[in-house]
Design a protein around this ligand. Sequence first.
Ligand code: ZN
Ligand code: ZN
Length: 338
Amino acid sequence: MKALVCTEPLRLEFEQRPDPSAEPGQAILRIRRIGVCGTDLHAYDGTQPYFSYPRILGHELSADIVDIEPGRGFEPGETVTFLPYLNCGQCVACRRGKSNCCVQMQVIGVHVDGGMAEYIRVPVDKLVKSRGLGHDALAMVEPLAIGAHAARIAAIVPGERVLVVGAGPIGMAIMEAAQLQDGEVIALDTQASRLEICRRDGRASYVVNSSNGNVMEHLQEITSGEMPTAVFDATGNLRAIEAGLQYVAHGGRYVLVGLQKAPFAFSHPEFHKRETCLMSSRNATREDFDNVIDAIASGKTEPLTMITHRTEFRDAAAKFPFWLDPVSGVLKAMIHND
Ligand SMILES: [Zn+2]
Ligand SMILES: [Zn+2]
């Protein structure tokens, strides 16, 4: 099979690899869509922490089943997505139902080879039914589930003000999930174009551009001086993470979703006086996948509006440098493998 391999930073090459062969408990899938994530772009440009090369990228996938053992509830030809998180099932986190933060976590497309290839072999117990969703929507389930997980563990209360810092795909996924929990969403970003998409698609009740004016003043105005009781960082940017604490209401929580490799620092008095609950949110679980698919199937979430760019698999390598450039305006690029 043909695979697109990231051989070293800034280098993607098509390679001929052996077709995956059937093994007990595993399904062979033909990849149909590959969503391009910030993680893929950072792996490509060499800024992803703890990344090793060569690696086949791609973890936001939809596919058709080619081969699967009978009696597992799936049929050849069926369209699926899957959880790309290979957890051990035995560690302290797995035993407590937190498979998303397994001690031995291996994410497909990050720690092990992923879906920028014609075929992939995945454990049958990671497969997720399409429930009538098409290939595009199914490839959007994973990034939406990342946001759904963050909003779920933050336990948004109806009517509470939720600030999402960073209006990229993961930030937008958090916004949608917070709205489904009846939170009142404020979107904060430096890019007017992304905020405009949030407004256009109704993902946020308020948008604040941090390049214009004083963010604190805007937030105080929106919240009648109280500030948001749940703040999410979806930037992974060190300065944004450190600045975010001041936006948290007293008694509120601060959830870090974006990943930053450097240590961060907070003023302890600022942290303490709020009795801040600081959380991080990693990956997602099957429950989050199910919730997202429910939301899409019932029309509460429209995932396709985030797709700004499309390309064929054979052209994907050439597009990566362009997608890295903010001028491209890329929100979600989708690779087709038809
Ligand atoms: Zn991703
Ligand atoms: Zn585990």
